[in-house]
Design a protein around this ligand. Structure first.
Ligand SMILES: *[C@@H]1O[C@H](CO)[C@@H](O)[C@H](O)[C@H]1NC(C)=O
Length: 193
């Protein structure tokens, strides 16, 4: 091999190393910019797999799971409740905004009823958490089930008027989230179930 080509190979090797560095830096920058959601601890997935809607439970864990120091049924339950309450708040705010731009009286009537149902759902959820803390599994399940009923009653209003329901997808999501809270909450009462 001529000395010249050795030099060329060396230059190629160095420049490809620099390119590799440059591209990994770029990847780091990009992933920092579009911050990826954290991976979910498989121990949380084991809990989520015991719900009726594991994928929704895992999504909550992506947003709230990273801060769990200990992964047990109580902490996973608290995480799911926080996710449910936060989402209900967000939906209440969106629904209020939606009410302001409504031109149809029927839709407005339904939306205003839904805002009341959402407030009731928040109260029932809170009462359910209180019962959970008090170790009263019966009341816990009753209150969380009542919250689910509130979301479904909101949907019923639109069905009764036979009008499109702009809140259906969110209500279904909230019902599934509350159902997951019941499933994981029950795991804390092993003796009773
Ligand atoms: C959870 O369930 C999914 C789908 O059934 C399965 O692929 C996965 O291995 C389960 N994960 C755990 C940790 O149990």
């Amino acid at each position: 091999m001529r000395p010249g080509s050795t030099l060329l190979l060396l230059i190629l090797a160095i420049s490809s190393a620099v390119l590799t560095l440059a591209s990994s830096t770029t990847v780091l920058k990009v992933s920092h910019h579009h911050k990826p959601l954290p991976l979910v601890d498989p121990r949380i997935v084991t809990f989520c797999n015991q719900t009726n809607h594991p994928e929704i439970c895992i999504k909550s864990a992506r947003l709230y799971g990273a801060k769990l120091r200990v992964i047990d049924a109580t902490n996973v339950f608290n995480m799911l409740i926080e996710a449910l309450q936060d989402r209900t708040h967000v939906i209440i705010a969106r629904t209020k905004a939606m009410a302001k731009t409504q031109t149809s009286d029927q839709v407005l009537t339904c939306i205003e009823s839904c805002l009341e149902y959402y407030n009731d759902a928040m109260d029932y959820t809170k009462e359910g958490v209180d019962a959970f803390v008090a170790g009263d599994v019966g009341t816990f399940i009753t209150r969380l089930s009542a919250a689910i009923t509130m979301f479904s009653t909101c949907n019923d209003g639109f069905v009764d008027f036979s009008i499109p329901n702009p809140l259906e997808e969110q209500n279904d999501r909230l019902m599934n989230m509350a159902g997951n809270c019941i499933a994981i909450g029950k795991l804390n009462f092993k003796g009773a179930y």
